[in-house]
Design a protein. Structure first.
Lengths: 188, 247
């Protein structure tokens, strides 16, 4: 990997993170919080597909994934996103590498795998849930029932699945936009 | 949002080492967000006190308005959780309860994130990452990214205005093109600016294999020791709680 590749990672990470940040602002409205793992993979897919056209060497996707994890730690979303992004990034890298860094179908799947880190943002809210409730018995069973009904533990794998599926949708969307705009403009 | 890593060096009050900030962040993530030791009374109270630390830090960095807004918001949510939630039922409980559950836990670390981003310069951050032996493959893209944030936001604001003029907005005539007509031009111009930026960075020696130097002086001072001691106290209290010394 040369300096230019590293700079490319930085540029696309910036575009991707700005999109994440704008969508995350929506997440401040509680109803939108579960939708983050739907919206981020879809809209993030657009710059990510363009980024993939510039990926020719091993490690670029992995590094971008790790950077997303670090940014989540820096902005206060805890460490599980970083822990997940290290693995999902490597996995995404291997998927795209298996298509020799040019297969369009593999690129779409790569976006699905890459998007898994978004779902990891919810992990702290599911983590230690029982211990958390045990210390809040004085809020009454009503509260505990209501919240566990709205945020059941099975939601956790569902958010990961949603991130993957929406990542694929985002990949297809990104592909379509690339054909429509970027190839014409000569930057894809 | 425009203040992402654009610290005002002239007027920023007390300066902490970026590594100290990272240590506080991790402590907040473990206790406030992760809820470690929340079943021990002493740790629970210490966590509330610790949650006030980022607000205090914002004040020391002379970011008065941010400190006031976040402080009031957190105080309101925390007191709602402690006082209001036990008396609610039905729909009110699910709305207020879930808001409290999510935001009371998230807010301390989010405030810390706001402080961290607005009080650290990119050079300081990169210097700290070097000291922590983070490889160049991570530090170079990150420094490019932080350099690039303001540009992307500026371009996005301009595109946004242009598209509003063409009635491509929520509730406008061409709302269907809302996303496409914003993201596509954003990426086209970002890619062009990016290639110019990378040419400029390469001429300045980014990406060569030599060890880069940094004129930024970072290090631990009295204020860092105080802040680290405050964070460490919570861990010690937790240990004492686990062994049953305090309850």
């Amino acid at each position: 990997m040369k300096g230019k590749d590293l700079i490319n990672i930085g540029i696309f990470s910036a575009i991707y993170f700005v999109i994440v940040f704008i969508i995350a602002m929506l997440g401040m409205i509680p109803i939108f919080l579960p939708l983050l793992s739907v919206l981020v993979p879809i809209f993030g897919g657009i710059p990510f597909m363009l980024f993939l056209t510039r990926v020719k060497k091993f490690g670029m996707i992995w590094i971008m994934s790790v950077i997303m994890g670090v940014m989540m730690l820096l902005t206060g979303m805890s460490w599980p996103p970083l822990a997940v992004s290290v693995f999902s990034g490597l996995l995404a890298e291997l998927v795209y590498r298996s298509g020799r860094y040019q297969s369009a179908a593999k690129a779409v799947i790569t976006n699905g795998v890459f998007s898994l880190w978004v779902a990891a943002n919810y992990l702290p809210l599911f983590f230690n849930a029982e211990k958390y409730w045990a210390s809040r018995q004085n809020y009454g069973q009503d509260y505990i029932d209501t919240v566990t009904k709205l945020m059941p533990t099975w939601m956790c794998p569902v958010t990961f699945a949603a991130a993957f599926v929406c990542g694929i949708i985002g990949g297809i969307l990104g592909m379509a936009l690339m054909k429509k705009h970027f190839e014409k403009a000569g930057i894809a | 949002m425009a203040g992402l890593f654009t610290a005002d060096i002239e007027n920023r009050g007390l300066v902490l080492d970026p590594r100290t900030k990272l240590a506080v962040m991790i402590t907040l993530v473990v206790f406030a967000l992760g809820g470690a030791g929340s079943d021990i009374q002493a740790v629970a109270w210490a966590t509330i006190a610790l949650s006030g630390l980022p607000i205090l830090l914002l004040a020391t960095a002379r970011q008065w308005s941010k400190a006031a807004v976040f402080g009031l918001l957190y105080a309101a949510l925390k007191s709602a959780e402690l006082l209001l939630v036990p008396h609610l039922s039905g729909a009110a409980l699910s709305v207020v309860g879930v808001c409290c559950l999510i935001f009371v836990r998230l807010m301390p670390s989010l405030i810390m994130g706001a402080y961290m981003l607005s009080s650290t310069t990119v050079s300081e951050f990169i210097a700290a990452m070097h000291r922590m032996h983070v490889p160049q493959q991570i530090t170079i893209p990150m420094s490019v990214m932080f350099r690039f944030f303001p540009t992307v936001l500026e371009e996005f604001a301009a595109i946004n205005t242009a598209m509003k003029m063409r009635d491509i907005r929520i509730g406008g005539r061409n709302a269907g093109k809302l996303i496409e007509y914003r993201l596509v031009p954003l990426m086209v111009c970002s890619v062009n600016i990016g290639s110019e930026l990378s040419a400029a960075a390469l001429t300045r020696g980014l990406g060569t294999s030599v060890r880069r130097t940094n004129i930024c002086k970072i290090g631990f001072h009295a204020q860092d020791i105080a802040v680290i001691a405050a964070s460490a106290a919570v861990y010690i209290l937790w240990m004492l709680g686990l062994t049953g010394v305090v309850k």
